[in-house]
Design a protein around this ligand. Structure first.
Ligand SMILES: NC(=O)c1ccc[n+]([C@@H]2O[C@H](COP(=O)([O-])OP(=O)(O)OC[C@H]3O[C@@H](n4cnc5c(N)ncnc54)[C@H](O)[C@@H]3O)[C@@H](O)[C@H]2O)c1
Length: 346
């Protein structure tokens, strides 16, 4: 299979690495107008095009990974769907609900495979956690807490990220929300507060969210890109070599018969009787922290979907539903009230 990568920035170059190591596909070409990407392709002997129209005039890849800035996902996704070429679009699926819906609807109309790049779903730690939760080991789920506290240096914001689509809720929290939806269930209602007190930029630097899931579980999410701390998936999962790894957890999921902390994969249960006066014990499963494992597994899933062998682990509709929760969080922070994410037709 020949896979094209559109946008050879931070995310695109990781996809390129993973494609290079995959045995069933090869890199077809790269599209990116920047001088850096021209130089990058020249050095690595990759085919390069400055825009999608020029590339598709002569090439027909079996699939494309779109890793351009969020505000361009719509235009770029439609270009490929138009040509009936399957796509994996980086998260968030698009920068707002309407444009993401257009991508999903057009892909459905043209019967083109569409996947969203919430790659954490493919992490083996998450697969084990999902099996533990689905097995009923934790009992009825009661509450979840998700932390994403990290510190982004000033130069990170010298680009498109210094705009409305560059805040940590859309960039980082979107991953945590998607995982909570995947592990626990659909989110019925959110109530949030945002702050930009520290960076004083156009977008939030911190947010807290209360959640109610449709199955009755309640939860909290806390995010900031201006706190020096170890408790984020980025800094604890070890899946991406650019983030120094800390042996801490960042998600806690609790049920009537036990609880689970991730990514440490540590589960807690009563020895005999459930009581705060009786001992509880923990069991830690070994974790696979191999670099880029989730991105490789995501690529394998993309290839299998295109070959008709598997369903997407994270479809376009999943990306859309996660985005709906993000939009509800933003709206709730603006109006100061609880908000129910919009529902979409199946
Ligand atoms: N899954 C993840 O963990 C993860 C991590 C980082 C970024 N992302 C997502 O990946 C996407 C890209 O983010 P990034 O951090 O790599 O940004 P980036 O700015 O590093 O890279 C974007 C690239 O797109 C190129 N580009 C701009 N306009 C283009 C066009 N018209 N056609 C082709 N290429 C064009 C830019 O030149 C740049 O090289 C975003 O959607 C982001 O949210 C996902």
């Amino acid at each position: 299979m020949r896979i094209a990568v559109i946008g050879a920035g931070l995310a695109g170059r990781q996809h390129i690495e993973v494609i290079k190591r995959n045995k069933t596909c090869k890199l077809d070409f790269i599209v990116d107008p920047s001088d850096e990407s021209i130089e990058f392709c020249r050095k690595n002997d990759f085919s390069h095009f400055p825009n999608i129209a020029k590339a598709l005039a002569t090439r027909e890849p079996d699939g494309a990974i779109i890793a351009t800035p969020n505000s361009l996902h719509l235009e770029h996704a439609l270009d490929f769907i138009d040509r009936e070429i399957p796509i994996l679009v980086e998260k968030p699926l698009s920068s707002n609900f309407e444009s993401a819906l257009s991508i999903v609807q057009y892909a459905k109309k043209k019967n083109v495979d569409l996947l969203t790049g919430h790659h954490r779903r493919h992490n083996k730690i998450i697969t084990k956690a999902k099996n533990t939760i689905d097995s009923g080991q934790l009992g009825r789920l009661v509450s979840s807490h998700s932390m994403c506290w990290l510190f982004k240096p000033d130069d990170y914001f010298n680009s498109w990220r210094n705009s409305v689509s560059g805040g940590p809720v859309l960039i980082n929290l979107t991953h945590d929300i998607d995982l909570m939806r995947y592990l626990i269930g659909e989110i019925e209602s959110v109530h949030s507060f945002e702050s930009n007190t520290n960076r004083k930029g156009e977008v939030e630097d911190s947010a807290v969210v209360n959640l109610r899931y449709e199955n009755g579980t309640i939860g909290t999410l806390s995010i900031s890109d201006t706190i020096v701390a170890p408790w984020s998936w980025e800094n604890t999962s070890g899946e991406n070599p650019v983030y120094p790894n800390q042996k801490e957890s960042c998600y806690w999921i609790g049920g009537t018969h036990g609880s689970l902390e991730l990514p440490q994969l540590k589960s807690w249960e009563s020895l005999n009787e459930r009581s705060w006066w009786k001992p509880i014990y923990s069991n830690q499963s070994p974790t696979d922290k191999s670099i880029n494992q989730p991105l490789s597994a995501q690529l394998d899933n993309f290839i299998s979907v295109v070959q008709g062998k598997e369903e997407p682990v994270c479809s376009g509709k999943d990306g859309l539903k996660t985005l709906l929760v993000v939009e509800a969080i933003k709206l709730s922070a603006r109006i100061g009230k609880a908000v129910e994410p919009k529902k979409i037709q199946s």
